[in-house]
Structure formats: structure tokens, C-alpha cells
Design a protein around this ligand. Structure first.
Ligand SMILES: CC(C)(COP(=O)(O)OP(=O)(O)OC[C@H]1O[C@@H](n2cnc3c(N)ncnc32)[C@H](O)[C@@H]1OP(=O)(O)O)[C@@H](O)C(=O)NCCC(=O)NCCS
Length: 174
């Protein structure tokens, strides 16, 4: 049995910044989780540093995901960010990346979201909104299984394979 645990990121380190840089530039997954306007954007190398992570955690609660003590991914939430489709006070906007390929498809994402939802509910927040690109069926299936429902689509949102694709917005209420 894999031992999974989660830890709130409070003190970014070089090792953590390097893992984020690797995941956010990994061509196997960067088209799934990162918004890209065009091919150049998709190809661009974007370094994550200790300083940029320190900046990120000012308005984003980040949780590191560990499997058998190894850092394999991260998830986060922000409260009422401008990018919400439905602006309703006390909404959490979430994101998740299981960055290490061998850790995907083993139930860790499901378990991680369960934990993240508990943290969000414990803050007294009442609603979660997320965005999933229309070609990302595994993620869409996971969110549907966890009770998220589609509330709208933003067309021409992100670039992949020579065209623009929609962002599907989903929500879950407590
Ligand atoms: C999407 C992601 C978070 C899911 O986490 P995971 O640990 O791989 O998923 P799990 O093993 O917990 O699977 C849970 C459910 O997701 C769905 N799912 C996961 N992988 C799937 C796949 N390859 N094909 C279809 N459905 C899949 C299924 O509904 C699955 O439930 P089931 O096992 O009962 O069939 C993870 O794969 C990931 O980080 N992918 C790359 C980045 C990304 O897409 N992030 C989300 C952006 S919106």
C-alpha cells in the first residue's frame, strides 16, 4: 500500500521549486494544466523559483502531495479569484497536478481532492469552481465522479494541437 500524505507549502525550497519547474514544463502534461495562447507559449520554458513560489503562496494555499515520502504532485486553492466564471463570495478555485507520471492512475488524485475539499470546507467556504480543458477526459471523469457538475464553457480558451479549445467550468457546493 502506498503511503500518501499532504503538507501545506509554507517554506519553499530549491528542491520544491525544481519539482514544480519540471512538472510545469513537462510536455506530457503541460498542455493539460497550463493555459497556452499559442504554440510559442506551449513551448516556452517557464522556471519556477523559490521567490516565485513565495509570491504564489501569498494568495494561493498550496498543498504538496507525497507518496512514500516522495514529492509527486501538488494541489491548490484560491479564494474568490477574478477568473471565476460565477462570481459568488466564498468560492474556492482549485487546481491539481500529479506531476510524476508513475503516480498517476492509482487513486492518488481522488484521495488528494478529498483532502483539499476538506481543507476548503473547514475554512467555511461553500463552493468550489474549477476549469478543465475539453480534451482532458481523465480529469473531467475524475471531477464528475467526485460530484462536480458543468456550469459553462469558455470557448477559444487554450491552444493545443494547432487549434484553440474550450475551458469547461465545473462546480461543487457543500
Ligand atoms: C487528472 C489527475 C489529477 C488525476 O489524478 P490521478 O491520480 O491520475 O487519478 P486517479 O487515479 O485518482 O483516478 C480517479 C478517477 O479519474 C479518472 N481517470 C484517471 N485517469 C484516467 C484515465 N487515464 N482515463 C480515464 N479516466 C481516468 C477516473 O474517473 C478515475 O476513477 P476510477 O479509477 O474509478 O475509474 C492526474 O492524472 C494529473 O495530474 N494529470 C495531469 C495534469 C492534469 O490533467 N491536471 C488536471 C487539470 S484540470
Amino acid at each position: 500500500m502506498t503511503n500518501i500524505h499532504f503538507s501545506r507549502l509554507t517554506e519553499p525550497t530549491t528542491a520544491i521549486a525544481e519539482a514544480f519547474t519540471r512538472w510545469e514544463n513537462d510536455q506530457q502534461i503541460n498542455y493539460l494544466a497550463r493555459l497556452n495562447r499559442n504554440q510559442a507559449d506551449l513551448n516556452a520554458f517557464k522556471e519556477v523559483t523559490v521567490a516565485s513560489l513565495a509570491q504564489r503562496i501569498q494568495d494561493t494555499a498550496i498543498y504538496l502531495i507525497y507518496a512514500d515520502q516522495r514529492l509527486i504532485g501538488e494541489m491548490s486553492y484560491q479564494i474568490d479569484p477574478p477568473l471565476l466564471l460565477q462570481h459568488e463570495a466564498n468560492s474556492a478555485w482549485i487546481g491539481i497536478t500529479i506531476g510524476e507520471s508513475q503516480a498517476r492512475g492509482k487513486g492518488i488524485g481522488n484521495q488528494a481532492l478529498d483532502y483539499l475539499e476538506q481543507q476548503i470546507a473547514a475554512q467555511g467556504l461553500k463552493r468550489i469552481e474549477l476549469g478543465v480543458f475539453e480534451f482532458n477526459q481523465p480529469a473531467f471523469a475524475l471531477y464528475t465522479k467526485r460530484g462536480y457538475r458543468e456550469i459553462g464553457r469558455i470557448n477559444e480558451f487554450t491552444y493545443w494541437q494547432e487549434r484553440m479549445w474550450a475551458d469547461i467550468r465545473m462546480e461543487k457546493r457543500f
